[in-house]
Structure formats: structure tokens, C-alpha cells
Design a protein around this ligand. Structure first.
Ligand SMILES: Nc1ncnc2c1ncn2[C@@H]1O[C@H](COP(=O)(O)OP(=O)(O)OP(=O)(O)O)[C@@H](O)[C@H]1O
Length: 469
């Protein structure tokens, strides 16, 4: 996240948008967030902006990315991409960062205070970049994530003692990184001298390659093997990378033997990561594996409420309900939707209603609809898998090679959609709700007894929920 400032080039597009913003936002907001942004690069496809520090990058990305992008596109009259990176040349970045964190705290009381003095441990971890908002207080607990939250909290309270390693897995945008940052924040608050490293697998890999190229592998090893807590995000990226797997294997062993805490995140269970050495898979399974499932409606509503509250955004119930109902696939997308609504509300100052929100979020809702699991998609998937005709899903025919797949499809409809038993029965050729209950029980029983069936159902479920359905 670093970039070079190029003072001599005139970036017209950004100048136009920036001056627009100076009129749109209150002075203090403009001065804190927009004035320090500099254009580092402008091409036909998009622009790169430099912000003075990591905190500002995260804040801009979280709050203003959509808005700036839309303004840029309007000004350019074409589609433009926007990236925001740290601008290394900006002077006095630390002073500004403190001021920005203070401003952010006023806007959202959840943001932790800026550090006042640097402890020895902090000086040991110049690269520890954590999103200040990713703490336990801001994490909404629901049925899909309560196990992962509880395990993370236990690890944060007794690092190296509760579960080691802690392995968090689940689909994108469901809070794995949030929980890892929360563990780090919690430990830093209760034991400020703890040496903590948080790194993505990609960064870990790149640093290792660079260390080899620059003959500094010893320093690399010190950085990751002399910590008390090592958090590595997106560990599934180790797949197929033999050399880094070897390196990580030794890092893991050294930390584990000294009872140092290891926390890993992945988009799938360790055993399902392709081309991962079995000795690593078994180590990842030594501790505790907690999965995170997409939030149910109540949790989504609670998340939207909390985020709106943190943004000082007072939205009518009908809009909160609309967002929870219609944006469900991942929390990151929910945040995107809310930020866009917030940006609109701040600019327009007019009363928001569900219709406006629906228009405003057209693309997000369209994406959602594409990825939403429907009974029709389930029927199609199950009949394709079992080489049946789609019409077999709704027919009255009952030979076992048709009846059981149909029961699987009913079971998946029950688990993956929010339709009632009767609605599901209707969609399967007008069957009654008792037939659906019976189908669900049958499938559950057989799954318990027959591993092949259970694997098939899990496979279908994964295919349907990973957007490949
Ligand atoms: N339960 C929750 N409560 C509050 N915020 C949440 C919750 N779950 C996720 N979020 C928010 O959703 C966004 C996406 O979460 P996060 O980055 O942790 O996802 P992830 O699982 O690590 O995704 P990826 O696999 O793509 O890295 C973050 O801003 C995070 O704060």
C-alpha cells in the first residue's frame, strides 16, 4: 500500500472531483479526508489516489470509495476504477493520522483512540496494520458465527492456552479477518507488550521470496518466529506453493512448541485445501476449527442496525428491513450497500424511502439476485447431478432413483432458502408440507448413516452457495 507522489503532473479529473467535494462536504470533513488525498496516477481506465496513512486508506475505502468512484465516472463520462494507497511522500503523516482518528471517533464512537505513546512491543511491530473498527464490540454475534466468535474470544483472553491453532474458515466477507483483528486488538489492550504479527498469506509469501532474493531469510524468520501471537489470513493461498509450505511448517512448529498462539483463516476447511501437504493439514486440525456461516435474517438486521448506528445514520425501519432482506450473501456487501445509502443521505439531505434505496442499489441487488439460491436452482442442480429431467422434480413418479434425489432437493430448499414448508411443497408439484418434513428427516437420517450421501449433499450445497450454482 505505498505509492510515489508526482507533483509535476496535472491530474485534471481528480482536481475537478476534488473541488466538487469541497462544496459538498462540511469544511472539517473536507479538510480531514479529501484535502490530503493526492492523485498519483491517472489513466484512461482509472485513477490511483494517495492517502497519507493506512488509517486514512481504510477510512476512505470504507466510507467514500463508491461516492468518489461515481463522481469520477460522472466527470469522466465513462467507467473508471479507483484505488487508494498510502502516499509515502506526504509529510507529517503521523500528526494527520492522529487528527483523522480523532475525527473518526467523533463520527463513530466505536473507533479506538489513537496511540499516545509507543510501547516496546509496538516498536517491534512496525508492520502491524489492524483496522481499528474490527474489534469484538463491533462484531455482531448470530447463529452462523457464534462458535467462531467464542473461540476467538477465548484465544484473545488466554493466548497459547485455549485453542492452538485456532482455524477459522468460511466464505468471503463473513468476518474472518474481523475476528483475527479483534483477537489482536484485545490482546494488545490487555497485554500491551505482547509481540503480535498479523499478515496475509500472500504478503508472507512475497516477503519470503524477497528475503531469499536479498539474502535476508534469517531476518524474515526472526520476524515471524519470535512472536507471541501469529495471525495468518487466507491460508488457503498456500495451495500448491511447496517452498513456502515448507517454510511455514517450520514457523508453525517453532511457535507451537513454545506454546505461542497461532490463528489461521481460510475459505474452506484445512482438509479441503488442494495441494496442501498432509503434515500441515494435520497440524491445522490439532487445535480448533470453527466455521462461519452466512448470517440469518435476524443477524443481518442486527448487523445493519449496528453499522447504521456507528455511522450516525438514522434510517427508517422499512429501509433497515429492506437491506436485511435483500442483501444477504456477505457482510462486506451489506456494508457496501449501507455506505452507499449513507453517502446519498449525506449529499441529498432528502428523506429516503425504500424506492429510492432500491434504485440506488440496483447493481448490488442485481448481483445478489444472481447469487441467491432459489428452489428452481436447487432443482436444476440436483437433477443435473443425478442425470434426471427437471420435470422429475415435480412429477408424481416415485421410483427410488427419482424419489430420493427429489427428497434431497426438498431438504436443500429447506436449508438454503427461507421458503416455508408449504411453499417448498408447492414448488415440488403441489406436495403438502408433511411430505417436505418427511423428506428432510429421511435425508438427515441417511446422511448420518451413509458417508457417500452426506458427501454428495455437502457437495451440492457448496456448489449452490458458492455462486457456481
Ligand atoms: N458479524 C459481524 N458483525 C459486524 N461486522 C461484520 C460481521 N461479519 C463481517 N463483518 C464486516 O464485514 C466486512 C467483511 O468481513 P471480513 O473482511 O472480516 O471478511 P472475511 O471473512 O475475512 O473475507 P475474505 O475471505 O474475503 O477476506 C468487514 O468490514 C467486517 O467488519
Amino acid at each position: 500500500m505505498t505509492g510515489m507522489l508526482n507533483e509535476t503532473v496535472n491530474f485534471q479529473l481528480w482536481d475537478t472531483v476534488k473541488s466538487d467535494f469541497s462544496g459538498l462536504f462540511p469544511d472539517d470533513v473536507y479538510r480531514t479526508w479529501f484535502e490530503p488525498l493526492r492523485c498519483l496516477e491517472e489513466t484512461d481506465e482509472g485513477i490511483t489516489l494517495g492517502a497519507p496513512n493506512d488509517f486514512a486508506v481504510i477510512w476512505i475505502q470504507d466510507n467514500y470509495l463508491d461516492l468518489i468512484t461515481r463522481r469520477l465516472q460522472e466527470a469522466a463520462g465513462r467507467s473508471m476504477t479507483l484505488s487508494v494507497i498510502v502516499d509515502t511522500v506526504t509529510e507529517d503523516a503521523n500528526r494527520l493520522e492522529r487528527a483523522q482518528i480523532e475525527t473518526a471517533r467523533e463520527a463513530r464512537p466505536g473507533v479506538p483512540p489513537p496511540p499516545t505513546s509507543r510501547t516496546a512491543a509496538e516498536l517491534n511491530r512496525p508492520n502491524l496494520i489492524l483496522n481499528p473498527r474490527n474489534n469484538f464490540e463491533n462484531f455482531v454475534i448470530g447463529s452462523g458465527n457464534q462458535m467462531a466468535q467464542a473461540a476467538s474470544f477465548a484465544v484473545a483472553t488466554s493466548p497459547g492456552k485455549a485453542y492452538n491453532p485456532l482455524f477459522l474458515f468460511g466464505d468471503t466477507g463473513l468476518g474472518k479477518t474481523h475476528l483475527m483483528h479483534a483477537v489482536a486488538h484485545h490482546i494488545l489492550t490487555s497485554r500491551p507488550d505482547t509481540r503480535i504479527a498479523y499478515v496475509s498469506t500472500e504478503k508472507f509469501t512475497n516477503e519470503y521470496i524477497e528475503a531469499i532474493q536479498t539474502n535476508s531469510v534469517t531476518r524474515f524468520r526472526q520476524r515471524y518466529r519470535q512472536v507471541d501471537v501469529l495471525l495468518i489470513d487466507d491460508i488457503h493461498f498456500l495451495s500448491g506453493k511447496e517452498r513456502i509450505q515448507e517454510e511455514f511448517f517450520h514457523t508453525f512448529n517453532e511457535l507451537f512448541e513454545r506454546q505461542k498462539q497461532i490463528v489461521l483463516s481460510s475459505d474452506r476447511p484445512a482438509g479441503e485445501i488442494a495441494r496442501l501437504e498432509s503434515r500441515l493439514v494435520s497440524r491445522f486440525q490439532w487445535g480448533f476449527m470453527a466455521d462461519i456461516q452466512p448470517p440469518d435474517y435476524e443477524t443481518r438486521l442486527a448487523i445493519i442496525r449496528k453499522k447504521a448506528h456507528n455511522m450516525n445514520l438514522d434510517l427508517p425501519e422499512a429501509i433497515l428491513d429492506f437491506l436485511a432482506e435483500r442483501v444477504s450473501r456477505n457482510v462486506r456487501r451489506m456494508e457496501g450497500a449501507l455506505t452507499r445509502v449513507a453517502g446519498y443521505a449525506a449529499l441529498m439531505k432528502s428523506e429516503l424511502n425504500v424506492d429510492t434505496v432500491e434504485t440506488l442499489l440496483k447493481d448490488i441487488l442485481h448481483e445478489e439476485a444472481q447469487t441467491q439460491v432459489t428452489v428452481e436452482k436447487i432443482q436444476q442442480k440436483v437433477s443435473d447431478y443425478h442425470k434426471l429431467r427437471l420435470s422429475d422434480m415435480v412429477s408424481k413418479r416415485r421410483p427410488a432413483n427419482i424419489a430420493f434425489p427429489r427428497q434431497i432437493a426438498m431438504y436443500l430448499s429447506r436449508v438454503l432458502t427461507s421458503h416455508s414448508l408449504q411453499e417448498i411443497g408447492d414448488a415440488f408439484g403441489g406436495r403438502d408440507h408433511g411430505t417436505v418434513i418427511h423428506a428432510c428427516k429421511t435425508v438427515e437420517n441417511i446422511m448420518e448413516q451413509d458417508e457417500n450421501v452426506s458427501r454428495t449433499v455437502e457437495y451440492l450445497k457448496k456448489q449452490l452457495t458458492s455462486g457456481r450454482g
